[in-house]
Design a protein around this ligand. Structure first.
Ligand SMILES: [Zn+2]
Length: 104
């Protein structure tokens, strides 16, 4: 029999265990549809593109993926599943707002 462990607390779980829950999480950027006018299309962007390519070369691949799309899968025991449902985005452990560069 395939054995599993809760990814949160480590307790042993069996593959057909009714106390084993599978958690799948997707996180992705919420970019809206792109709209360009003729001026935007015709503008020379070669310098911007080169700067972007250089920036991407210096950035870790996982960091780029984290900024666009990330899918995760976890096995949880009954208790960790219950605690996840009670606070799925960790509000209890978050102490306030983040400083954001793009806030005005
Ligand atoms: Zn657990």
């Amino acid at each position: 029999m395939i054995r599993f462990a809760c990814d949160r607390c480590g307790v042993a779980l069996k593959s057909n265990d009714s106390a084993r829950f599978i958690l799948k999480i997707e996180a992705y950027a919420s970019a809206g549809p792109l709209a360009f006018d003729r001026e935007e299309i015709e503008r020379d962007r070669s310098a911007e593109m080169e700067a972007l390519i250089e920036q991407l070369k210096r950035t870790d691949a996982d960091q780029i993926e984290d900024q666009t799309y990330r899918a995760m899968r976890f096995d949880l025991c009954r208790e960790c599943h219950r605690e996840f449902l009670a606070d799925p985005i960790g509000r209890r452990h978050h102490d306030g707002r983040h400083d954001r560069e793009d806030e005005s």
